[in-house]
Design a protein around this ligand. Sequence first.
Ligand code: UDP
Length: 453
Amino acid sequence: MARKPHVLVVPLAAQGHVAPFMKLSFQIAGHGVKVTFVNSESVHERIMASVSADMKEQSLISLVSIPDALESRVGSVNFTKMAQRGMPGALKELIEEINQSDSSEQITCVLADTVAVWALEVAKEMGIERIAVHVAGPAVLALSLHIPQLIEAGIVDNDGTLVKGEAISLSNEIPAWSRSDIPWNSYDLEMQKAIFGLCYSFPKIVRFTNVILSNTFYELDPPALKLIPNILPIGPLYASNHTGAFAGNFWPEDSVCLSWLDKQPAGSVVYVAFGSTGRFSQQQVDELALGLELTGYPFLWVARSNLSNGSLTEFPEGFIEKVADHGKVVEWAPQENVLAHPSVACFVSHCGWNSTMEGLSQGVPFLSWPCFTDQLHNKRYICEVWRNGLGLDQDENGLITRQEISTKIKALLSSDVIKAKALHLKELARKSVNEGGSSFKNFQSFINQIKNI
Ligand code: UDP
């Protein structure tokens, strides 16, 4: 007889990972499966601080923590070194503790991030079933699985530097990666090596797991999905009513912007957000502010306090006063609700995978402004494959000017072709998660699998 299923969930300690894992966990728990969600202590504290005591009591999932091994934010090279510093030992102890505390509720499956291979290794060592979850797009995974062949063929070296050819092509239907948009591309060699090292660990995942869940849907990218063994697309992951309070936010949400949106005309607002990691020079922040002012459209801008290269974001003199009647600046928005709001016309985005899926699922056209890693290639999908948006181009000094921003916003908002493409993708996304759709069926088969371990 099958044991009572109990899934232990382990995301990377970063906003863009914890949030989709949270959505997935609530979806699993909604099928009567016990879920224990493991965060590093610092992330756990940030999340718990934003949740009321009542919600904690009612939560369908159990939130626990293990000590932070190191400063583990994305953007810091150190985050890739967690595996070597204490996290595996702490995870093993946690699993042993859970297993000993109630023999009827032992962990039956570890669901871990593809960038937390160490967690999958712990599960393997303990003889526990393993499922990986990939929260970025499938193309970056397909590329990473080819790294051993790329090194063998002398196309990239052991640090990930492209040494032969102008681009890496996996198929005619997937945009080739040029030197500037390979995911580990960075001006900083240490950072490049760290990200390349992470991607290089992905082939291990295929050996360690029978299934890799992916936050996408089959119809969005069959060519990349076909290159990945055992991939199970179950997205887009949507926040459920339960996730509302447990969105996994690292910053408190400013919900007032929703009532501000209510007051704006339908299809008029430019929504601007760069996820949790995007950073800009002060000069670039100024150009963005002045570009938004120049368009004259209403805008909602998520300007995290650390948007400007880690220091407090400053705006050009008089900017806030000048745009007060049609512009709103917040520190952190309820992004899924914002994108679903009828007043929103387009999304100026860094094209992180979650933001890409969230905007696409709501049929919102994109103005792509990627910063680093997979965001650079996600822009290529938006502009060249799905055609649900336009890209912003830098000038000769690497700056995206106010004129470029204003011109592209106007071009985007006047394109009925792009709007139609965006709405078509929304339709496809909905179909895939509705009863009978591809992601719906894949999710059912995944649930059956974890119920029968
Ligand atoms: N997000 C949010 N409010 C904001 C900005 C972002 O809730 O004001 C969420 C967004 O909905 C997404 C996540 O933060 O789920 C960011 O993930 P993404 O992969 O887009 O970017 P990352 O932060 O990993 O660079």
